[in-house]
Design a protein around this ligand. Structure first.
Ligand code: AHM
Ligand code: MG
Length: 333
């Protein structure tokens, strides 16, 4: 049996990789891991809260108001960032505007974090995997001042780190700081994330496609051609691929990371920009995909070079195994 490497050990060992590292990013990643453990615990109790202890929005047996799980997760992560001292502001999919922290300690924080606290909202109440997605940037505003909108609206290729937490059959934390991708599985018996997936590489190609095919007739016709290709005996594998759509981006993405595959959320005639948010969902997963050898585009352009204009901007998203994304793009032209 090989030695168990915990996330904290791993982060400390890797700290030396950053020029001028002063430990702040390491502390920030550790703060995220603690918040993720707390959210994981809450996610594991979700059914009990709903059906035994009192439904969300109702009062529980102790007379406390139950909050929806995505709000609980949002508050938990914000608390970790606000108290950690490394972050001057955040933007979250749950909040209309960004939050600039006002304490003197926070104003000295070097980083901003953009995150989706609990993605896959339609799956929360039905006991299907959900996830947290986060993205870390160095602030562009002056140290000691409050965070600004410009700090939040940076292109994805400026990310310092990004990751996701998957609350699946086990809880996993996967992250990159731009030197490859590593995955950690939470061992609930010791309460530690342990290195389980070192140096993750997304297979160059695969035989799984994931998209909401209910939208097929309102997408760009190139998508229909690509799905037909996936389903055909004439494709590169000589047999139809498998369609797998969980409806939780983190879970679909993670499966494709390991097995190879493509995830598509295209623009449609009713939502030309698609559904997914550039800052909270697409940029962090695009960074991880590229670090693992995969590709992430809008169907035409690389996600990481888009200059965001709005906090809640949406973009069409094609992400996964490099050859599969390239093939889908070739049919979009
Ligand atoms: P959310 O942020 O409201 O949870 O929406 C994002 C989710 C993704 O996790 C998932 O891939 C997609 O929305 C599913 O959308 P749809 O039900 O339209 O297929
Ligand atoms: Mg989301």
């Amino acid at each position: 049996m090989s030695k168990v490497v915990t996330l904290n050990e791993f982060i400390l060992d890797r700290q030396a990789e950053f020029p001028f590292a002063s430990g702040e990013l390491s502390r920030l990643l550790s703060d995220i891991a603690v918040a993720a453990k707390i959210v994981s615990r809450d996610v594991r109790k979700a059914g009990l809260v709903d059906h035994i202890l009192g439904a969300h929005g109702n009062t529980n047996v102790q007379g406390e108001e139950q909050q929806k799980l995505d709000v609980v997760a949002d508050e938990q992560f914000i608390k970790a960032f606000e108290n950690g001292g490394e972050v001057c502001g955040i933007a979250s999919e749950e909040n209309d505007d960004y939050v600039a922290f006002t304490s003197e300690a926070a104003k000295k924080g070097k980083y901003v974090v953009l995150f989706d606290p609990l993605d896959g909202s339609s799956n929360i109440d039905v006991n299907v995997s959900i996830g947290t997605i986060f993205s870390i940037y160095r602030r562009t505003s002056d140290l000691g001042s409050e965070a600004t909108l410009e700090d939040m609206l940076q292109a994805g290729d400026k990310q310092i780190a990004a990751g996701y937490v998957l609350y699946g059959s086990s809880t996993m934390l996967v992250y990159t700081t731009g030197c490859g991708v590593n995955g950690f599985t939470l061992d609930p018996s010791i309460g530690e994330f342990c290195l389980s997936h070192p140096n993750m590489k997304m297979p160059e190609t695969g035989r799984i496609y994931a998209m909401n095919e209910g939208n097929i007739d309102i997408c760009n016709p190139g998508i229909k051609d690509y799905v037909k290709y996936c389903q055909s005996f004439e494709n590169d594998k000589g047999a139809p691929y498998s369609g797998r759509y969980i409806g939780s981006l983190v879970a679909d993405f993670h499966r494709n990371m390991i097995k190879g595959g493509i995830y598509i959320y295209p623009g449609t005639t009713t939502s030309p920009e698609g559904k997914l948010r550039l800052l909270y969902e697409c940029n962090p997963l695009a960074f991880i995909a590229e670090q693992a050898g995969g590709l992430a585009t809008t169907g035409f352009d690389r996600i990481l070079t888009i200059k965001p204009e709005r906090l809640h901007q949406r973009v069409p998203f094609f992400v996964g195994s490099k050859k599969m994304v390239e093939k889908a793009m070739s049919l979009m032209q």
